[in-house]
Write a protein that binds this ligand. Structure first.
Ligand code: SF4
Ligand code: SF4
Length: 142
């Protein structure tokens, strides 16, 4: 399972600020404007992320148990820019720090093994739960 689906920590740690042009008041399919508040002359932020304790209003989560962004297709660009650690082969300081604050271990490359192709499963069932195929029969001597 994708680690973010049982986490959500980063949505409770950082101010989520972005240009007002990203709002659905200005861009079709943009960030729902009623979930934002003005930050300065050029930027909005997600409600709940500019005051302590930080928790984005769009977050539906119990941190470390389950998590989803209720506006995932319309989330701000800054949210899209935060990679989970090792999802793309490199650590993410924001991801690691957010998880540590919640007492969750930073992700490692091993947390992404579920994505690996079935061919690396050797004698184990593959990622879809299928049993490995039988090895080819040895050649029969004439
Ligand atoms: S802290 Fe990392 S693992 Fe948790 S939701 Fe954010 S990106 Fe995903
Ligand atoms: S908009 Fe979604 S991804 Fe971004 S901080 Fe809020 S809940 Fe998290």
């Amino acid at each position: 399972m994708h680690p973010c689906l049982t986490c959500g920590a980063c949505c409770t740690q950082y101010r989520v600020a972005f240009h007002w042009l990203e709002s659905d008041a200005h861009s079709e399919g943009g960030v729902p404007s009623h979930l934002t508040e003005p930050l300065d002359a050029h930027r909005l932020c997600m409600r709940g992320t500019y005051s302590a304790p930080v928790r984005c209003v769009a977050l539906d989560a119990e941190i470390g148990v389950y998590s989803r962004c209720s506006i995932h297709p319309q989330r701000p660009s800054v949210c899209r820019d935060v990679d989970a650690s090792w999802e793309f082969g490199a650590p993410s300081g924001q991801c690691d720090q957010a998880r540590i604050v919640h007492g969750l271990p930073p992700l490692t490359a091993a947390d992404w093994r579920w994505r690996d192709p079935a061919g690396n499963d050797d004698d184990c069932p593959d990622d879809n739960g299928n049993s490995p195929s039988s090895p080819p029969a040895p050649p029969i001597a004439a």
